[in-house]
Design a protein around this ligand. Structure first.
Ligand code: FPP
Length: 253
């Protein structure tokens, strides 16, 4: 019997997968451990999905690592997450370079603790030439923040006389988002059984296929990722058109 990986059609891969890594706290609770233990264990899953994405040939992988709303968590948890980020970026840097993976970040990085910001920017600079895949960390990110920022940037261009209002279109708007030059995610995965997008890539996910799994993030392994991709490959993506227009009739799937 074929394992999930062998069933994947490499010619029908999503070029961008976005993941909401959820359930670390609940996973830790089931083990009678503090929430931070769940976050630390979640790093293994981060490594697994990064490996799978690179091996398969997915070009962009975006992980929701810290939302603007996450600042309201207990101070200890927030600082543990920031430390974990620093440690992980430092530890994984040589592996990212060895595997030709570029690190990038989206979000308001100016509000991150100095050490976190510095390590992250160093990681981004030191992997800048890599071309196989881009791993994007969404940090202090929220879509509404991003959309408001894009609106301000566009307004400034209009005020300066560099842009006419009638020329503002979807392309101009996309070019002013933090994801400029990154294709929209075709597949968005959320773990832990929650069925929400939680302020994540709202503009970019307009046509994303959504995949929800009850698996808690620290338990998410390669096979779970393969299953998500297989599920994606079984879907009919119509972008508002009919199956017939796309030549996707039952006899021609
Ligand atoms: C959500 O689980 C998870 C987070 C807010 C943080 C995710 C962080 C990591 C996996 C580790 C660091 C990542 C990188 C890229 C170095 P939750 O705490 O909301 O879980 P719960 O819903 O069960 O409480």
């Amino acid at each position: 019997m074929l394992n999930p990986k062998d069933k994947i059609d490499l010619n029908k891969l999503p070029s961008h997968v976005a993941i909401i890594m959820d359930g670390n706290g609940r996973w830790a609770k089931t083990k009678g451990k503090p929430r931070v233990f769940g976050h630390k264990s979640g790093v293994t899953s981060v490594r697994e999905v990064t490996e799978v994405a690179a091996e398969l040939g997915i070009q962009y992988l975006t992980l929701y690592a810290f939302s603007t709303e996450n600042w309201s968590r207990p101070t200890l948890e927030v600082s543990a997450l920031m430390t974990l980020l620093v440690e992980t970026v430092k530890r994984e840097l040589s592996s990212l370079n060895k595997n030709n993976i570029k690190l990038q970040a989206i979000g308001d990085l100016s509000k991150l603790p100095e050490k976190t910001r510095k390590t992250l920017l160093e990681g981004i600079a030191q992997t800048n030439e890599n071309t196989r895949m881009t791993l994007i960390l969404a940090l202090n990110y929220s879509s509404r923040w991003e959309i408001v920022e894009a609106s301000k940037k566009i307004a400034q261009q209009v005020i300066k006389g560099n842009l006419l209002i009638e020329n503002i279109n979807e392309e101009v708007f996309s070019d002013n988002l933090t994801t400029k030059d990154i294709p929209d995610p075709e597949l968005m995965i959320r773990t832990s059984g929650e069925h929400r997008i939680s302020n994540y890539l709202l503009w970019q996910a307009a046509y994303s296929e959504l995949y929800f799994t009850s698996v808690l993030w620290p338990d998410f392994r390669k096979d779970h990722f393969y299953e998500a991709i297989l599920d994606f490959q079984g879907r009919e993506r119509r972008f508002g058109k009919t199956s017939e227009q796309l030549g996707l009739t039952k006899s021609n799937p």
